[in-house]
Design a protein around this ligand. Structure first.
Ligand code: CDP
Ligand code: MG
Length: 723
C-alpha cells in the first residue's frame, strides 16, 4: 500500500536522522570531554577545591585559556558548594564574555542555558530559580547588592579578570570585602547599611526605607554562612589583590604557551586600519593555514574593516577568496557572538576582528596569527573639567604581551605589531585602573544607594583622586540626586539609582515624564546607549550622507535618532493589514525582516545597532513603568522635547563663538560639532550634547539646537552660578 510505504520511508528517514543526531551529539560530548580533560586546570582540580575550602579569600592566577573561567565554577558545583539552593556567581568585566562562557559551560554540563547554568547582564537575563552557576557582569552584581545586601544567594563569588581593573571590579572588591565581614558577624551590617530599594516590582522611596529596617531586623535573627571569595586574574600581578585582602593566599596555574614570533614594522604606520588590512592579506596569501585575530578599537572600525576585506576579496582570483570575517565586540547581539568559536568552512581561513575583548576574556580556538595595531579605546576623565571622553590610546606593554600570547595557544604562532620595536619600549608597563580615569557619578550613586555615605572613607583597592570624587559628587548634586548634606535625595536620587543607566540619562527619563515626552526620551536614551546607528563607508561617503538626510531633523541628532527608530519600528511592527494568526505572524516576520535588511542597506543604517536599541528600549520601558512614571508622547511638539533635552543635559551645553567654534559652558573648552552630526556646519547658536570625542580636535556628538534662555530658565541653579 502506498501509504504504508510512505509511512515506512518516513519512519526510516526519521530513524536515520535520529541516529545521525545521536552519534553527532555523542561525538560532540566526547570532544568536549577530551577538551576539558586536556586543559591545564584539570590536573589541579582537587587541589583547587581544597584551597577554596581552606581559605575564604583565594587568588587564582593562570595563563589565559588554562580553563579558569569555564572549569572552576563546575569544580565548585561538583564539590558541593551549591547545596541548599546556593549559587556560584562569576563576574566578568565584559558582557560578551559572560554570555559566551555561560553558553559554553551549559553545553559542557549538557544542560539548557538558563537552567543550571545561566547568565545575567544588563538588559538580558538568562537565569531561573534553578540556576546554580551564574555568569554576570561585575556591574550587574553591584546592582544585585542593592536588592540583596548580603548577596545571600551566593556561597561563592568569583571576580574574574580582576586584572582588567574596571571601575565596577574595583568597587565590587570593596563591597565584597564588606559583605564577607558582615556575613561573618552575621547580622550586623554596619558598613553596608541595607537601604533596600524594594524588589523589582516595588517603588523605592519611603517604602524602601521602611523595608530597610525590616531587613536589618531580619538579618539580626539570621545566620549567614561565610561568603567564599575567589579573585581570578590572567596577569602575574596577584600581589596587589593579596595585599588588599590582608595577605590572602594566591595560587598559580601553569599554562601552556608555545613560542610566538614577534614582528614589528620598520617605520610607524600612518593609517593602522589600512596597515591591518594589508597584513591580513599578506598572511592570507603567504602564510600556512591558521586563523587570524586582529585587535581593533571598536564596532565602527571593525565593521569598516569587515567591508574592506570583502571588497578586496572580490578583486582576488576565485581560488584565493577562501577567507571569512567574524566580528566580536561587546554590543554584538548575543546570538551572533558564538560565531567566533565556530571553525571556518573547510579550506577557509577565519579572520576574527575583535576589540580588546579577545585579549583575555574570550579565548578563541584556532588562532595562529595576531595582528596588533597597538591601540585601544579607553575612557579618560578630566576631573578639573568634569568631562569624560573616549579616546584611542596606545596599549600598555602588558596588553601587547597578552595580545601576542593569543597566537601561541595551540602551537607556535606569529604576532604582527604594526609599529616599530622602538615604540614598544615607550609603552606604559600596565594599564591604569579605570577608576583613575572615569567619571565616578554612577558608582557613587550606587554606593550611596547601598548606604555608603562616606565615599572618601570607602576602602577602595586604589583610591580615586579626591578631585574626581568631589567633581562627581558635584555632578550628582547638580542632577538633583543628592541633598545638601550629600545624602541620596528622595525620590529623585533613589529613582536614579534604580535605573541601570548613566545618571544623566536616568534623570532625563524622570524629567521627561514631567515634560510629557517620556516616549521620545525612552527612544533617545535607547539609541544613545548603542553604537553608531549610521555607517558611512569611506568609498560611499556621498551616497550615505544623502541617505542619512531623509531622517535628518534640522533641530539636531536626538530627533534624527528618533526618526530612524520610528521608521525601523514601522517596518518591523506595522501589521494592521494582516489578521493576527500564528501563520500570518510567521510570514509577516520573515517578510518584514527581509524588508528591514534591505532598508538598512539602502539607508546605510546599522541594523544590529537598531535591534539592540529596540531591545534596550523595551527593558528601560519596563523599569520606568515599574517606577510608575507617566509614559506619554509630546506628538509633534518637538519644542517641548528639546526643552526637556535642555533641562536634562544642561551640564553639556555649548555656545557658538564669533570665530565659528563652540565653547562648552561647564568646562570652558573650545569644541567643534562632529562631522557625523546633522548640525555639522550649521549656524546654530546654542546646543546641548551627549558626548565628547577627542581626536586632533575636540568634537561634540549627539547635538541638539536649544535656546540659550532655556538654560537659565530650566537650570537656574547652574546658570546663575556660572555667570
Ligand atoms: O579563563 P581561562 O582564560 O583560563 O580559560 P577558559 O575561558 O575557561 O577557556 C578554556 C577553554 O575553553 C579554551 O580552550 C577555550 O578555547 C574553550 N572555550 C570554548 O571553546 N568556547 C567558549 N565559548 C569558551 C571557552
Ligand atoms: Mg577566563
Amino acid at each position: 500500500m502506498p501509504s504504508m510505504a510512505q509511512n515506512g520511508r518516513v519512519t526510516t528517514d526519521f530513524k536515520q536522522s535520529n541516529q545521525a543526531h545521536n552519534s553527532n551529539a555523542f561525538a560532540r560530548r566526547e570532544e568536549i570531554r577530551q577538551q576539558r580533560e586536556s586543559l591545564p586546570i584539570a590536573s589541579v582540580k582537587e587541589r583547587l577545591i581544597e584551597e577554596v575550602k581552606k581559605h575564604d579569600v583565594l587568588i587564582i592566577v593562570g595563563e589565559t585559556g588554562s580553563g579558569k573561567t569555564t572549569q572552576i565554577p563546575q569544580f565548585l558545583f561538583s564539590a558541593g558548594f551549591c547545596r541548599e539552593g546556593k549559587s556560584v556567581g562569576i563576574t566578568q568585566p565584559r558582557r560578551v564574555a559572560a554570555v559566551t562562557v555561560a553558553k559554553r559551560v551549559a553545553e559542557e554540563c549538557g544542560v539548557e542555558l538558563g537552567q543550571k547554568v545561566g547568565y545575567s547582564i544588563r538588559f538580558d537575563d538568562r537565569t531561573s530559580g534553578v540556576t546554580r552557576i551564574k555568569y554576570m557582569t561585575d556591574g550587574l552584581l553591584l546592582r544585585e547588592a542593592l536588592l540583596d545586601p548580603y548577596l545571600s544567594r551566593y556561597s561563592v563569588v568569583i571576580v574574574d579578570e580582576a586584572h582588567e581593573r574596571t571601575v565596577h571590579t574595583d568597587v565590587l572588591l570593596g563591597l565584597l570585602k564588606n559583605v564577607q565581614k558582615a556575613r561573618l558577624k552575621s547580622g550586623t551590617l554596619d558598613v553596608i547599611a541595607s537601604k533596600k530599594n524594594g524588589t523589582n516590582g516595588t517603588l523605592p522611596g519611603k517604602e524602601g526605607i521602611s523595608q530597610s529596617a525590616n531587613v536589618l531586623k531580619q538579618s539580626q535573627d539570621r545566620k549567614f554562612p561565610p561568603l567564599k571569595l575567589i579573585i581570578m586574574s590572567a596577569s602575574l600581578d596577584a600581589r596587589v589583590f593579596s595585599e588588599y585582602f590582608g595577605g590572602a593566599r594566591a595560587v598559580h596555574i601553569q599554562g601552556r604557551q608555545h613560542p610566538v614570533d614577534i614582528l614589528y614594522t620598520l617605520y610607524p604606520e600612518k593609517d593602522y586600519v589600512d596597515a591591518a588590512l594589508v597584513t591580513i592579506f599578506q598572511i592570507h596569501l603567504e602564510e600556512r593555514h591558521g586563523d587570524i585575530l586582529v585587535f581593533l578599537t571598536g564596532q565602527e572600525e571593525i565593521e569598516a574593516v569587515e567591508r574592506l576585506v570583502q571588497e578586496r576579496l572580490r578583486q582576488l582570483p576565485e581560488s584565493n577568496r577562501k577567507l571569512v570575517t567574524v566580528p566580536i565586540f561587546s554590543s554584538l547581539p548575543s546570538e551572533q557572538q558564538m560565531r567566533v568559536f565556530m571553525p571556518a568552512p573547510d579550506g577557509h581561513r577565519k579572520v576574527v576582528l575583535a576589540t580588546n575583548i579577545a585579549e583575555t576574556s574570550v579565548t578563541i580556538p584556532g588562532i595562529k596569527f595576531v595582528i596588533d595595531p597597538g591601540f585601544v579605546k579607553a575612557r579618560s576623565y578630566d576631573p578639573a573639567k568634569g568631562m569624560e571622553s573616549l579616546i584611542i590610546i596606545p596599549t600598555s606593554k602588558a596588553q601587547a604581551l597578552q595580545r601576542s600570547g593569543r597566537a601561541g595557544r595551540e602551537g607556535p604562532g606569529k604576532c604582527f605589531r604594526l609599529y616599530p620595536e622602538s615604540e614598544f619600549e615607550k609603552l606604559e608597563d600596565s594599564t591604569k585602573p579605570e577608576i583613575k580615569r572615569c567619571n565616578l557619578a554612577n558608582v557613587i550613586l550606587q554606593l550611596k544607594a547601598l548606604g555608603v555615605d562616606d565615599i572618601f572613607g570607602f576602602d577602595f583597592i586604589e583610591k580615586p583622586s579626591r578631585a574626581a570624587i568631589v567633581k562627581s559628587l558635584e555632578h550628582l548634586f547638580l542632577l538633583g540626586a543628592l541633598t545638601d548634606d550629600c545624602k541620596l535625595s528622595d525620590p529623585v536620587g533613589h529613582q536614579m539609582a534604580r535605573l541601570p543607566l548613566d545618571p544623566i540619562y536616568s534623570k532625563a527619563l524622570i524629567l521627561a515624564s514631567q515634560f510629557n515626552c517620556l516616549e521620545e526620551m525612552l527612544i533617545t536614551v535607547a539609541m544613545l546607549s548603542v553604537d553608531s546607528v549610521f555607517y558611512a563607508p569611506r568609498e560611499k561617503l556621498d551616497e550615505s550622507r544623502t541617505a542619512a538626510k531623509c531622517f535628518a531633523s534640522p533641530d539636531g541628532d536626538h530627533i534624527t535618532l528618533i526618526n530612524v527608530y520610528r521608521a525601523a519600528e514601522d517596518l518591523l511592527e506595522k501589521r494592521k493589514w494582516v489578521p493576527h494568526t500564528e501563520r500570518n505572524e510567521k510570514i509577516f516576520k520573515a517578510k518584514s525582516e527581509k524588508i528591514f535588511k534591505r532598508w538598512c542597506k539602502e539607508n546605510f543604517i546599522n541594523g544590529r545597532s537598531v535591534r539592540h536599541a529596540r531591545d534596550i528600549h523595551s527593558q528601560i520601558r519596563g523599569h520606568v513603568e515599574q517606577m510608575g512614571l507617566r509614559i506619554t508622547s509630546c506628538g509633534d511638539d518637538m519644542l517641548q522635547f528639546r526643552r526637556c533635552l535642555a533641562a536634562s543635559f544642561f551640564i553639556n551645553a555649548a555656545l557658538k563663538q564669533p570665530e565659528g567654534n563652540y565653547r562648552a559652558f561647564g568646562t570652558g573648552q573650545v569644541v567643534q560639532i562632529h562631522p557625523s552630526s546633522v548640525l555639522f556646519q550649521s549656524k546654530v547658536e546654542c546646543v546641548v550634547f551627549n558626548e565628547m570625542v577627542q581626536t586632533t580636535n575636540k568634537y561634540i556628538r549627539n547635538v541638539t539646537r536649544i535656546e540659550y534662555m532655556w538654560l537659565t530658565e530650566l537650570a537656574p541653579h547652574y546658570y546663575t552660578m556660572q555667570s
